[in-house]
Design a binder for this molecule. Structure first.
Ligand code: CA
Length: 230
């Protein structure tokens, strides 16, 4: 079966060079010019590999990488990042972005192709690290099945409530600002009102807290945001 690759890169010439090279090798290639349309492509197709530039207009490549990793449909697809600077390399490695490999620009097409072949051949380390459960106390999130259990009872959450709770539990004991939560959970849709976060937190508390008016799991950190107590 023909392997499909998505390239998200705003440098037109580089993008078309990479696409031509990959097509000549028999791969099926789609391209996107910015993070937002990259995300739409990633959601709409079945890809075997993502090639993401870091510096993109709008939603950047690292955020896109995390979104792809956090989405159950694309969580296991290998990702190669393209980076222009050494400082960006630190981010890819240090922040556990979920990328499988990266190439520093400028690079040769031969080297690029070799990296692509490696990812197509072997199971990616990021794939094996993908967590499928988050557990705190009697609360358990099944990330693969997108289900939540409190003790033995299933708690029914909306998609956004689930994503919000997953983000809080992944970062338990850390304060998450409303801005950060908006970026992580609502993704590229920056125009969502910040109060949306507060409203969803309230709904979540109604569903998971023993006493929603005296929350023990999700604390409000005044003037900053929210913290999940682990
Ligand atoms: Ca770029």
């Amino acid at each position: 079966m023909t392997k499909k690759i998505l390239i998200v890169e705003d440098e037109e010439k580089l993008s078309s060079n990479l696409a031509d090279k990959l097509r000549a090798e028999g791969y099926e290639v789609s391209t996107a010019r910015d993070g937002e349309s990259g995300w739409e492509h990633a959601q709409g197709g079945t890809f075997d590999l993502f090639v993401l530039d870091i510096m993109l207009p709008g939603l950047d490549g690292l955020s896109l990488c995390r979104m792809i990793r956090n989405d159950s449909k694309t969580a296991e697809v290998p990702i190669i990042m393209l980076t222009a600077r050494g400082t960006e390399v630190d981010k890819i490695v240090g922040l556990e972005s979920g990328a499988d490999d990266y190439i520093v620009k400028p690079f040769g097409l031969g080297e690029f192709l070799a990296r692509v072949r490696v990812q197509m051949r072997r199971p990616s380390p990021a794939r094996r690290q993908v967590q499928d459960e988050l557990i705190t106390g009697d609360l358990r999130l099944d990330l693969t099945g997108r289900r939540v259990f409190k003790g033995r009872d299933e708690v029914k959450l909306s998609n956004k409530e689930f994503d919000l709770l997953a983000e809080l539990m992944r970062n338990k004991n850390a304060v998450l600002s409303r801005d950060l939560i908006l970026t992580k959970v609502w993704g590229y849709d920056y125009f969502v009102d910040k109060r949306t976060v507060d409203v969803h937190i309230r709904w979540l508390r109604e569903k998971i807290e023993d006493n929603p008016s005296n929350p023990r799991l999700i604390s409000t950190v005044r003037g900053v945001g929210y913290r999940f107590e682990g």
